[in-house]
Ligand binder design. Structure first.
Ligand SMILES: [Fe+2]
Ligand SMILES: [Fe+2]
Length: 374
């Protein structure tokens, strides 16, 4: 038998997982695809993950009509931290004399050398590498062959970059997700009240119109991705992005106690004011005291010299979230994902160039930022 193993958090399973599974079964003529939701994925310890049983039940629902797919609770039953090599060994004992294939995404392949016992995994199974639209696999492949000689297989299926993070964020901000999820999964999420908004999310939902909510959600998704990439605290990146435009539709009249911080020039344009008001709302109304989060909100439009990594992440996510469409945005995205800090400097230069071509005056903090980083 040819058996594929597909692991992940599946929090929640979505249309892209389903399409990927169907394609892999056909492309590699698999007799069976075993989907193993992770109990505690080692790379996600510290992040909140829904209850295993909910993720498992949603997978059961999503694949109920697909007889070649088996949903396994092995990682729950075996308890402890879920290591791939143990999972594969387990199925080798259950399905003796079978050929095993293990699915990995590009980011997983990049980390593969750091997994527990990667040689044991390669001894037991062949890797099938899957990719998403716009992903550059070169670095991951080179890195793999620097460490291992066993050939990897590539799936020709090119998925979209839909992620569970995006779905969770959209649900928390009450943005429609029907195009991303089978209806029975949506019903399950509603029935079990998964991915509930906390008070910060509720505040933002009450303050912003639908269009700005979608922008906010996309900034969160992008910021989380960037935070993972450069090792910034994910929770802080999420919260700062969630609140970055919270005061977009407010003015100083709404906050009689707001004072313009002493370190900035007195003339603040309307376009820039919302970043200072946003930081004020976060600190005074939502009681957030973390200076790094407050600064990420406070300088998200203008930038400044000496930005922290968190400030840079929110600034960049605001510029390149998936709905952004302006000249050079794709170039900025590519640069940022290739080398974050160089991409950041490039983005600031392009921003100053762009602002220079408009009639608007460039805000002094932005000029300082451009000078400092170039
Ligand atoms: Fe903004
Ligand atoms: Fe924004």
């Amino acid at each position: 038998m040819k058996i594929g193993i597909f692991g992940g958090s599946f929090d929640p399973v979505h249309n892209e997982h389903i399409k990927l599974a169907e394609n892999i079964i056909n492309e590699f003529s698999l007799d069976k695809l075993i989907i193993c939701p992770a109990f505690i994925p080692p790379h996600k310890i510290g992040q909140t993950l829904s209850d295993f049983d909910d993720r498992y039940n949603m997978l059961k629902l999503a694949f109920k009509d697909c007889d070649k797919v088996e949903i396994s609770d092995f990682e729950k039953v075996s308890k402890g931290t879920s290591y791939t090599y143990l999972t594969i060994e387990h199925f080798k004992n259950v399905y003796k004399d079978s050929e095993f294939y293990f699915l990995v995404g590009t980011d997983m392949l990049l980390d593969f050398p750091t997994w527990k016992n990667p040689d044991k995994i390669l001894h037991s199974a062949s890797l099938i590498v899957t990719s998403r639209a716009g992903e550059d696999q070169k670095k991951a492949i080179e890195n793999y062959y620097d460490h291992f000689s066993k050939k990897i297989l590539f799936s020709s299926y090119n998925g979209t970059n839909l992620s569970s993070t995006k779905i969770k964020t959209y649900i928390k901000l009450s943005i429609d997700t029907t195009e991303f999820l089978p209806s029975q999964i949506l019903e399950y999420i509603e029935k079990k009240a998964l991915y509930k908004s906390n008070n910060y999310y509720i505040h933002v939902k009450n303050e912003l119109p639908q269009k700005r909510l979608r922008h906010t959600a996309n900034v969160i998704v992008c910021a989380i991705k960037l935070a993972k990439m450069i090792g910034v605290d994910i929770k802080k990146a999420e919260l700062a992005s969630l609140l970055h435009d919270a005061a977009k539709y407010k003015s100083t009249k709404d906050f009689p106690n707001f004072k313009i911080p002493s370190f900035i020039p007195k003339e603040i344009t309307d376009k820039v004011m919302h970043q200072f008001l946003g930081a004020y709302v976060a600190e005074e109304i939502l009681n957030i005291k973390d200076e790094d989060i407050l600064n990420a909100i406070r300088f998200h439009t203008t930038g400044r010299a000496h930005m922290s990594d968190l400030e840079k992440v929110v600034f960049i996510a605001d510029l390149i979230e998936e709905d952004r469409n302006y000249p050079h945005v794709d170039e900025i995205r590519q640069n940022v994902f290739k080398n974050f800090h160089e991409g950041f400097s490039f983005a600031v230069t392009k921003l100053v160039e762009f602002l220079g071509n408009t009639s608007e005056e460039i805000y002094p903090l932005t000029i300082e930022c451009q000078k400092y980083y170039n």
